[in-house]
Design a protein around this ligand. Structure first.
Ligand code: ADP
Length: 494
């Protein structure tokens, strides 16, 4: 057999191995209404201004439904309902009863997990594997975990009597709609607060499904109010005088606006903002595992995660081998229908987000960086981006410094741990990071010196409700998850 024959055969086998028949989940599991009103005081209510906007499926560009665009009057109505529920019921019922409601919510979401996962993939574009195996199980786990805290708060802070803050205003992004809602609603309710929460403009639907579920769970009216709208609706929540605490997840730019807006008020706030995580691979790392961790960190989620491992820092002794293996692995990634169970990379969440990613890549080309994109075939409709490597970059390039929020990985090499630490820290952000090495001592040394809220070692993007999450520097203020995640929702007085 000639070498050419052999090569042909190998590539045939490779393609055979990685071609799967499509295995889509059925969207029939999800019953969507044509229009969703605001969920205020336990009932769906039309917006005062009569305005609605459309939510589309980014994989098909089809309109899924339209949702209310809440204005100032609606925000005020929602805050009043939350205040009434706080004073009237939620702060009065025994803590263990609060816990029971939260357990019930957790159980009911679990029972309807498939429906929620499919809807989340339809509205956001994320692969069903992610919504089914990560988003929804984590949502359930968060409600379950915080349900357990409700009646134990009195024992959590010795010598101190914790008290709820009051009404929480919560604003979430589009990358993990229901999960971000769970991160915010579950600790707020467990600590005895009531909530007004706003979804992101491109992913409002799973929160309205949650609203239906809360109603079915007979949560007292007004305890959780769910509204939709764009940035100005968010700003109304932030500025409302009767909100006691703001919880925000989103861009650093908006986080700074919120910080300015609450300065001088007695509102508490937590901000979970952008990130530019370095995934550091040392020369003694298990290379194949690291490749899998890198792919998981930046490609499986379209790069739509603030803690995505968007910068690869690799020791120069193994960089050639690692990049070669990474490219091979990337070529096997399936980009396409988010509802297909074989899909690795779904749709980019919206057209503006795709355009933003494309602008970064165009600039990289102009600056002479090396771009490697896989040969994936993309569906005709929808918003898509093939997994991309950007090599030959320097620390000052925008693609290295700024959050692209797409499946785009930059590559830099280093020679010493000190150089790796310095490159990792040379960013305005500090949300997360990854270390790949055989040596525990190196994990501790490097992990200690990287200024980021979460460092994963020999793994990436692992979450657990018991573990606090949050950033250093421009990645935010405060922590969510674990006991730390309750603190912003409590007043602790002697
Ligand atoms: P991204 O760039 O990821 O879309 P944003 O920070 O723009 O992040 O959006 C995150 C959330 O913040 C969304 O729910 C959005 O509607 C809301 N938002 C945008 N601008 C403001 C603002 N000025 N004040 C409060 N919330 C805002």
């Amino acid at each position: 057999m000639t070498e050419k024959d052999l090569a042909q055969r190998t590539s045939l086998r490779f393609n055979d191995l990685w071609s799967y028949d499509s295995a889509p989940e059925s969207s029939d599991y999800v019953q969507l209404k044509e229009r969703y009103d605001l969920f205020i005081d336990g009932a769906f209510q039309p917006p005062e201004n009569g305005k609605y906007f459309k939510s589309i499926n980014p994989a098909t560009e089809e309109v899924l439904s339209e949702v209310a665009d809440a204005g100032k009057a609606d925000v005020d109505k929602a805050v009043k309902a939350a205040r009434k529920a706080y004073n009237g019921t939620w702060s009065r019922i025994p803590a263990k009863e609060r816990g029971k409601y939260i357990y019930r919510i957790s159980r009911m979401i679990q029972e309807r997990a498939r429906e929620f996962a499919i809807l989340e993939s339809m509205d956001s574009g994320k692969p069903i594997r992610e919504s089914r195996d990560i988003d929804i199980p984590q949502v359930v786990a968060h409600f379950f975990y915080y349900a357990g805290w409700a009646d134990k708060l009195d024992y959590a802070f010795p010598g101190v009597k914790p008290k709820a803050v009051g009404v929480a205003g919560q604003i979430i992004p589009w990358n993990f709609p229901l999960l971000m809602a769970a991160w915010k609603i579950a600790p707020a309710l467990a600590a005895g607060n009531t909530v007004v929460i706003k979804s992101a403009e491109s992913t409002p639907l799973s929160l309205y499904k949650l609203a239906e579920l809360l109603r079915d769970a007979e949560l007292p009216p007004g305890v959780v109010n769910i509204i939709s709208g764009a940035g100005n609706t968010g700003a109304e929540i932030v500025q409302h005088p009767d909100i006691d605490k703001i919880a925000f997840t989103g861009s650093t730019e908006v986080g700074k606006l919120i910080q300015k807006s609450v300065a001088g008020t007695d509102k508490k706030y937590t901000l979970e903002l952008g990130g530019k995580a370095a995934n550091i691979v040392f020369e003694d790392a298990p290379v194949d595992q690291a490749v899998e961790g890198i792919v998981n960190g930046i490609f499986f989620n379209q790069g739509h995660v603030c803690c995505a491992g968007s910068r690869l820092l690799v020791h120069e002794a193994i960089s050639e081998e690692l990049v070669r293996k990474l490219k091979m692995r990337m070529e096997t990634l399936i980009v396409g229908d988010p509802l297909d169970k074989n899909t690795d990379i779904g749709a980019i969440n919206s057209r503006p987000q795709l355009e933003k990613i494309q602008r970064y890549l165009a600039e990289s080309v102009e600056e002479g960086q090396d771009i490697y994109q896989t040969k994936c075939t993309l569906p005709e409709k929808g918003y898509w981006c093939c997994p991309t490597l950007v090599d030959n970059v320097s620390q000052s390039h925008r693609v290295v410094q700024e959050e692209v929020f797409g499946p785009v990985l930059t590559i830099q090499t280093f020679r010493t741990p000190a150089e790796a630490i310095s490159l990792a820290n040379n960013t305005p952000y500090g949300l997360s990071g990854g270390i790949w090495t055989d040596k525990g001592s190196k994990i501790f040394k490097v992990g200690k010196d990287i200024r980021a809220g979460v460092i994963w070692s020999n793994t990436f993007n692992k979450f657990d409700p018991t573990s606090p999450f949050g950033g250093y520097k421009e990645s935010g203020v405060g922590r969510e998850g674990g006991l730390h995640g309750l603190l912003p929702y409590l007043e602790l007085s002697k």
